[in-house]
Design a binder for this molecule. Structure first.
Ligand SMILES: Cc1cc2nc3c(=O)[nH]c(=O)nc-3n(C[C@H](O)[C@H](O)[C@H](O)COP(=O)(O)O)c2cc1C
Length: 191
């Protein structure tokens, strides 16, 4: 199974990258392409609508979205591990999401294989009702653009007080998601 694994924290030494490494290590039997948002260059979408008239093309050339588009279209599973910033995404990850306007504007998605999508998000604050809801709302409308369906979402609150790896309840959910990804019966059968 091909997995596009996106590390979405702007912090390269924080909770997220440790959790990301934990998950990616346990998926190491799979064909993983890693994206660390700090190590790629992704320009911001400028909302120019070029991709409406030029189907499948973005006006911004020669940044890392060129190959990330290809991965989003043809991988078997997209995995995102990220913190919550103001009930939403860190800016570098949000830039990647916004650049998918090109995929949103596609009239013919038949060349994009059906795939799974999984996300693990951490929030520093104690749990509060809307903590992960902004993110879930984005996924509802974003992931169909690359023909993905939700396999699982894990939200771990309270990481400013308790590291994710010390949160046994949260890690049990993460382990469950890893197992679900590994045993997914339709991945790797894309067109
Ligand atoms: C700019 C910014 C905004 C944040 N907004 C939220 C928030 O809305 N809700 C929350 O629970 N935690 C919030 N946090 C806390 C982070 O989610 C938390 O510290 C997380 O562990 C950061 O991940 P990292 O260790 O990879 O940097 C915010 C942190 C930053 C830096």
């Amino acid at each position: 199974m091909k997995i596009l694994a996106i590390m979405g924290s702007n912090n390269e030494t924080g909770n997220t990258i440790r959790l990301y490494d934990y998950i990616v290590d346990r998926l190491s039997g799979e064909e993983i392409t890693k994206v660390d948002v700090n190590k790629v260059r992704i320009e911001a979408c400028i909302g120019c609508d070029y991709c409406l008239d030029h189907q499948g093309e973005c006006i911004i050339k020669n940044d890392d979205m060129e190959w990330i588009y290809n991965e989003l279209e043809h991988t078997d599973l997209v995995l995102i591990v990220s913190p919550v910033y103001f009930t939403s995404f860190p800016s570098r990850l949000k830039a990647l999401i916004d650049r998918c306007q090109m995929l949103y504007n596609l009239k013919d998605r038949s060349g994009i294989n059906h795939k799974g999508f999984a996300a693990v998000h951490i929030g520093g604050s104690r749990p509060y009702p809307q903590q992960f809801e902004g993110i879930k709302g984005v996924y509802k409308y974003w992931i169909p653009d690359f023909n993905a369906e939700m396999v699982g979402f894990v939200g771990i609150p309270g990481t400013d007080a308790v590291k994710p790896e010390e949160n046994s309840e949260g890690m049990a959910e993460v382990d469950g998601l890893i197992e679900k990804i590994k045993t997914g019966d339709y991945y790797g059968k894309g067109n």
